[in-house]
Design a protein around this ligand. Structure first.
Ligand SMILES: [Zn+2]
Length: 409
């Protein structure tokens, strides 16, 4: 488990050394699996995102990862995006495909009920699976995968609401970056370029681009326009990150789409009693969970903020005599929803166990004095060692820091 300095920034190496994720040739290239510690980080991240979205008025849905080929013909994916899609599967006379995006499913969910202007903006969110038939030569780690868990949402709204919804989405992204300790490398207004496959509707592109430029201008962020980076159905704001090797990638996006509401014939009943067409704002706060975790691993070198750490508190009894007290502390931690682990004396000397757990934010050493007095001697990851505290006070301090998603210990 020794983390070597020169490979600090390679999430693939860290992922294996820290037992976060791995791959198996029998599962296939680009199809990593998550080990318990990686799954704990991912779970904390997903819960965080769902909480942020709930508080911002999003409603969560689930939709299947498969759909009929016709669904993607209607959405336009089939004609504009099929080289990135897995081939269809024949199933009793019809063809189904692994979905390349969640938008068509959400459009159908929107369409499944009569909608009034009073329901808008309707913010529909899902952390859902999607698939991309990447060639095996480009696959690696968590950044280029064939099975993607996407933090996705679609806001169905009136034309008047688009700018405000897109602006709020951009704010959510920037707020999340602060909580996660991620620094955007730049903001990009992604436009269509020559030779790409784009929906042909010049007026629609002009309006959507003007809206996104207005959002960026009023948000006060510096950005660059880039041709050839738009989605096939519309322009987008991309939030770019850079990895340890200097490679840039898109993590978060906000997109304005007039195309799919048209394709799916979406409407809402306006105050005038007539049918109107909504606009779809597509947005993702952290993009794919895989890429987000890869970036978090590299950003923090495996030393995650306490609220994301796979193990938040390592319990270290000095000798077997303190085992019952240590086991009791573990129970109390689990009851508080803390991710705690007990490293027993048979796993090595105290110094060796402290070293093994050096990426764990909090270590609780329990010697004879602490055991007798219901005290905990905390060692923090940053090297500081506050005076021993009553156990309840130590746990209150830790849970408060975690609940605040504090970067400090
Ligand atoms: Zn979408």
């Amino acid at each position: 488990m020794r983390v070597q300095q020169e490979h600090r920034h390679d999430h693939r190496r860290l992922g294996r050394e820290l037992d976060l994720f791995d791959t198996d040739p029998l599962m296939g290239a680009g199809l990593p699996y998550w080990l318990p510690d990686g799954a704990a980080v991912r779970h904390a991240l997903e819960e965080y995102i769902r909480g942020v979205e709930r508080r911002a008025g999003y409603q969560h849905v689930y939709s299947p990862v498969l759909g009929k080929r016709e669904l993607y013909e209607i959405s336009g994916h089939w004609s504009h995006y099929s080289e990135d899609m897995f081939p269809p599967m024949d199933l009793g006379g019809e063809q189904v495909v692994l979905r390349p995006s969640l938008c068509p499913h959400h459009a159908l969910i929107y369409r499944s009920r009569a909608r009034s202007y009073r329901e808008l903006p309707l913010r529909m969110a899902e952390l859902g699976g999607m698939y991309r038939s990447e060639l095996s030569g480009v696959l690696g780690g968590l950044t280029r995968v064939r099975a993607i868990q996407l933090n996705d949402a679609h806001i169905f709204c009136t034309l008047d609401q688009v700018a405000e919804e897109a602006r709020s989405a951009l704010q959510l992204i920037r707020r999340a970056y602060v909580d996660l300790g991620i620094r955007p490398s730049r903001f990009r207004l992604s436009l269509p370029g020559p030779g790409g496959k784009y929906v042909a509707a010049p007026e629609m592109w002009r309006r959507a681009t003007a809206l996104l430029a207005e959002v960026l201008d009023s948000s006060g962020v510096e950005y660059e326009a880039a041709e050839g980076e738009a989605a096939f159905y519309g322009p987008k704001i991309d939030v770019q990150i850079t990895d340890g090797a200097g490679r840039e990638a898109t993590l978060s996006t906000v997109q304005v789409d007039f195309h799919q509401p048209e394709q799916f014939d979406l409407h809402y009943i306006g105050p005038d009693g007539a049918k109107h067409r909504p606009v779809m704002v597509h947005r993702s706060i952290i993009g794919s969970v895989e890429r987000a975790v890869a970036h978090l691993i590299e950003t923090h070198g495996g030393a995650f903020p306490a609220w994301l750490a796979p193990t938040q508190l390592e319990i270290l009894p000095v000798s077997d005599a303190e085992l019952p007290v240590a086991a009791d502390l573990l129970r109390r931690c689990l009851d508080l929803d803390l991710r705690a682990r007990l490293a027993t004396p048979d796993q090595g000397t105290l110094a060796a166990r402290v070293r093994t757990a050096r990426l764990v934010p909090y270590q609780a050493v329990i010697g004879p004095r602490e055991a007798a007095a219901d005290l905990v001697a905390l060692r923090l990851r940053d090297g500081s060692r506050p005076d021993p505290l009553p156990t309840a006070d130590a746990l209150a301090r830790i849970t408060a820091r975690i609940e605040a998603r504090s970067g400090e210990l």
